[in-house]
Write a protein that binds this ligand. Sequence first.
Ligand code: TYM
Length: 375
Amino acid sequence: MTDEPKKEMVVTPWEVSGDIDYDKLIDQFGVQRMTKEIEEKIAKHAGFKHLQLRRGVYLSHRDTDWWIKEYEKGNKVGLYTGRGPSGHVHLGHLLPWFFCKYLQEAFDADLYFQMTDDEKFLQRDDLTLEETIALTYENALDVIACGLDPEKTHIFSDTEHIGHLYKIALNVSKKVTYNTAKAIFGFNDSNNIGIVWYPAMQAMTCFLESEREGKNTPCLIPAAIDQDPYWRMTRDIAEKLGYYKPAQIHAKFLPGLAEGGKMSSSQPDSAIFTTDPPKKAGKKVMKAFTGGRDTVEEQCELGGRPEICNVYAYYYFMFEENDAALVEREMKCKNGEILCGECKKTLAKRVEVFLTDFQKKREEAREVLDQYLLK
Ligand code: TYM
């Protein structure tokens, strides 16, 4: 609830918890705030303004304006994003992937999609390498189900495609001192040396397209802001290796179903997985944290609080395409005209419909997986 003390914010590539203060994060990470100008330019090239842009889901960036200008000059531009295959994919992961599809079409860009089966094996005590590799291919189905272009999407696994990657990663790793890695990622003496090397692998993809094209190709990374430490490190060494600095566009986190924090695979009851049976997902929604009052009388009198409500957040991020309908829902909630049960029921239905359709596409993806793998 709003009057309870705030829980300390932790945002690293491996942990996101507490009450997230995006303004503070922007200052801490030293990134640029998103501007209307950038949003409008993207929309102009796409022919429409994506829901995530209209709703301010992309809060900050680095050099996205430069990346767009390069495209406008007639240069080829590329996209890069990824997934750490530690379990099934949840709705939060899909946000940047849907956005990549939008950008891929708008800028005619190839997308390099990295599956970090090495990272998750090294970082998680409970996962074997065989498990993270198997999850790579499971998660790739979700990526494909987002509707990306098979001709322009190159999905790869760090372990299985290492021959394409290792030389670039070696060059990166030689330029990053242990001191820098420690300062950025907080490594200490008890970390295994694999995870200390790993950032070179995540950085490497920023330059993969340049290597494959045989010329410097501007790279833009759509991802939630938790991945930013990798880009800080990469930008520091890019020019020393003769590449452009990679650009970033940072998303906010889709919250979990429970109060506070982002949607996270480590809290399965508070996450909606793309593999959840739709009815089960609907039931999870019915148990979600809302901004409702303790009693119906209070709710009718004082109204609900969409600003702290996760159910409202799902409409906002994903499940209400129509802006006017979203505003109407917000007003009705605040005026006490609509109660949480009704709002949850409508959302549960929408989530069920979404999952039914997505799971069909996900199954169809098995047939075409090979077309999407890096060659
Ligand atoms: P991973 O698997 O933790 O997350 C995959 C992508 O999902 C984003 N994300 C979210 N976005 C919105 N709401 C949420 N609740 C939420 N949770 C996660 C992440 O920011 C990410 O974009 N190390 C990476 C794998 C990786 C990568 C990359 C990610 C390799 N190269 C380049 C992004 C860009 C990882 O473990 O992501």
